[in-house]
Design a binder for this molecule. Structure first.
Ligand SMILES: [Fe+2]
Length: 356
């Protein structure tokens, strides 16, 4: 079924010129009512699913989606199976039972491209963002990248090096007593992530997710997990680059800031790049690998070639689509095809997230 086959009250077009490109944008001709958008979505489930797979993401722009409850209704119209268990690293605040602030990480910190919770046993199928308060112009976008295209672009020898060994991820979480939520060299508290201070319950959850837990001195928790770097899309059967390597690797911050400085060559961005470069080098030289806040290696524990990390970031940045947020924008993402991240920003910004 195509949208044209039914009376469609909205304009539908692909951004960036490619008829199958990322994302497909849906805007009202006249009727910007979010409730009627939900009704329309309810009549178009097959079409929405097909377009999500084809384009990788849908952008609903110009509808009055100005609060978390309305955002949740729009997301539920697309997929009513929302989840609220979050085992990622970003600090988040709840806005409804199922809608959260996307990340409370400091605004200057870039979040590299990743597929949401790619390291858990069952990563979300779909991810939704909504802009409740746009950031200052030229900052704070949530770029998207088609990880199917990234995989196609990568040197097969690089992919083989990753595929043969997989990834090993180490994350060190602070304990209930320790650590600021916003210390970049410490992750949030483990009781905050697992929503319990009961160590036995945490260990049981770790077993279910395939994480190897170690309680560390000072009440912290180390999680070690492995994951493949690619997955097969559960519906389309396409192979997809699907992992957290550019997010968790120790070189993440300097690697991103270098490219952000290339995109936006300001003194501020140059400063953050140089600071991140130095801090990352200090961490590498002074801390054992497994005590870093986050890091990843090949599955056998050997370090990933620096040149491979750079080639990977180049491929991802080549495919990144950066669209300035507008208030009320809702983006629906096929999490098994398309990654997301966050560019640094200044001033207020409120972007909400939920997933199914
Ligand atoms: Fe994310």
């Amino acid at each position: 079924m195509t949208a044209a086959a039914v009376e469609c009250p909205y304009d539908i077009r692909s951004l960036n010129g490619d008829p199958n490109g990322l994302p497909l944008m849906i805007t009202p001709r006249q009727d910007a009512d979010a409730r009627r958008l939900c009704v329309w979505i309810g009549t178009q489930h097959g079409w929405i699913a097909e377009r999500l797979h084809r384009h990788g993401a849908l952008l609903f722009r110009g509808f009055a989606v100005n609060d978390a409850a309305t955002f949740e209704r729009v997301a539920r119209a697309i997929d009513d199976d929302l989840k609220n268990e979050y085992l990622g690293t970003s600090p988040r605040n709840g806005l409804t039972d199922y809608v959260f602030t996307a990340s409370e990480l400091p605004s200057f910190y870039p979040i590299p491209q990743h597929c949401e919770m790619s390291f858990v046993a069952q990563p979300p199928r779909r991810l939704f963002f909504c802009c409740l308060l746009p950031p200052a112009e030229g900052s704070g976008e949530t770029p998207l990248a088609d990880f199917r295209k990234v995989l196609r672009d990568l040197d097969p020898a690089l992919v083989r090096r990753f595929e043969e060994r997989g990834l090993r991820i180490v994350r060190n979480y602070s304990g209930p007593e320790g650590g600021g939520r916003f210390d970049l060299w410490k992750l949030k508290r483990w009781d905050e992530m697992f929503l319990t201070g009961d160590r036995a319950a945490v260990e049981a959850k770790c077993r279910a997710e395939g994480f190897e837990p170690t309680w560390t001195a000072g009440g912290g928790l180390r999680l070690v997990s492995t994951q493949p770097v690619t997955r097969t899309h559960p519906v389309t059967g396409e192979r997809v680059w699907h992992n957290h390597v550019t997010t968790f690797h120790l070189s993440a911050a300097p690697g991103e800031y270098r490219r952000i400085y290339g995109l936006r060559p300001t003194l501020r961005n140059c400063f953050f790049w140089q600071v991140a470069r130095v801090l990352s080098a200090v961490q590498r030289r002074t801390k054992p690998r497994d005590e870093l806040a986050m890091h990843c290696t090949y599955g056998d524990g050997t370090e990933i070639r620096q040149a491979d990390m750079e080639a990977l970031r180049d491929a991802i940045w080549k495919h990144m689509i950066i669209i300035p947020w507008r208030r009320g924008d809702v983006v629906a993402i096929d999490n098994y095809a398309v990654s997301h991240g966050r560019l640094p920003y200044r001033g207020p910004r409120e972007v909400a997230v939920c997933w199914a």
